[in-house]
Design a protein around this ligand. Structure first.
Ligand SMILES: NC(=O)c1ccc[n+]([C@@H]2O[C@H](COP(=O)([O-])OP(=O)(O)OC[C@H]3O[C@@H](n4cnc5c(N)ncnc54)[C@H](O)[C@@H]3O)[C@@H](O)[C@H]2O)c1
Length: 255
């Protein structure tokens, strides 16, 4: 066993959807740094192109994952795909009593429906080829909530079960599916929180590490789950949350 090549992605093709921003951008750059050819897909073509300018072997691809037909076309036309990472998601932070059905539909359409279509279309193509790794982004909100997280939290928990079932169905064909569950990460998605110092600080102190994560701190988990280093890992959830879900955090008892 050549352990020096455990995380090597040379000769592999990875597709990162949501690669124009935040965590997706860092995953794309990390996979390319480990040798992969990376397709950076995003609804925002300029953002995807910007990611591509930051590394090697990166090609941009305009894709709106709310367009079901476009996902099927991408899965057919992108050629052999060894790894798919998808990050596109949205959150409307509001109490249930104030939530509209339109807002519910907006969050579920992107976080759940699009994820389902991605897993189905890319899973089928990978299964036909007999190999592949699919990585979706869940959240600490799949297991720990606060007021205002209802629909987002439900989609992030739902995504885990979707990936686990897909792991059961596609596993015999050599396709692995896993979730990464980040804690709080400094990206455009969390700008609303970072603009409020009290909210920002409260989140920082909640984790065992006492701070927010940078987006690049999610990339190691993605490279691990896409590479042969995780060849026997499927149906799992990898928490990259600075200890958020491990500790209660309400009170520090005196020594
Ligand atoms: N940032 C955090 O603190 C945090 C915490 C837990 C989980 N997560 C999860 O991590 C993932 C990535 O989050 P992020 O903070 O990097 O988000 P982000 O908002 O920075 O990036 C999302 C990317 O998805 C793209 N996108 C949005 N809608 C799209 C569509 N319809 N089709 C194609 N692309 C689309 C956007 O253009 C953007 O480039 C999400 O699933 C999020 O729920 C993030």
């Amino acid at each position: 066993m050549d352990y020096g090549r455990l995380f090597d992605m040379s000769g592999r093709h990875a597709v990162v959807i949501g690669g124009g921003s935040g965590i997706g951008r860092e995953c794309a750059l990390a996979l390319s740094a480990h040798g992969a050819r990376v397709t950076v897909a995003d609804r925002d073509a300029d953002a995807a192109a910007h990611t591509c300018a930051l590394g090697d072997r990166l090609t941009s691809y305009e894709l709106d994952v709310l367009d079901e037909a476009a996902i099927a076309t991408a899965a057919r036309n992108l050629g052999a795909v060894d790894a798919l990472v998808f990050t596109a998601a949205t959150n409307v932070r509001k109490r249930i009593a104030d939530y509209s059905v339109d807002e519910f539909d907006r969050v579920v359409s992107l976080n759940m429906r699009a994820s389902f279509n991605l897993i189905r279309e890319f899973g089928k193509v990978m299964a036909a080829r007999g190999r592949g790794s699919i990585v979706g982004f869940s959240s600490i909100r799949a297991v720990a909530v606060e007021p205002g997280q209802s629909v987002y939290a439900a989609t992030k928990a739902g995504l885990v079960q979707l990936l686990r079932t897909a792991a059961a169905e596609f596993g015999p064909s050599g396709v692995r599916l896993n979730a990464i569950a980040p804690g709080v990460v400094e990206t455009p998605l969390t700008q609303q929180i970072r603009d409020n110092k009290e909210w920002y600080d409260a989140y920082a102190t909640k984790s065992a590490l006492g701070r927010w994560a940078r987006a690049d701190e999610m990339a190691g988990a993605a490279v691990y789950l896409c590479s042969d280093a995780s060849s026997f890992v499927t149906g799992s959830v990898l928490y990259v949350d600075g200890g958020w879900t491990a500790i209660d955090g309400r009170y520090e008892p005196p020594n």
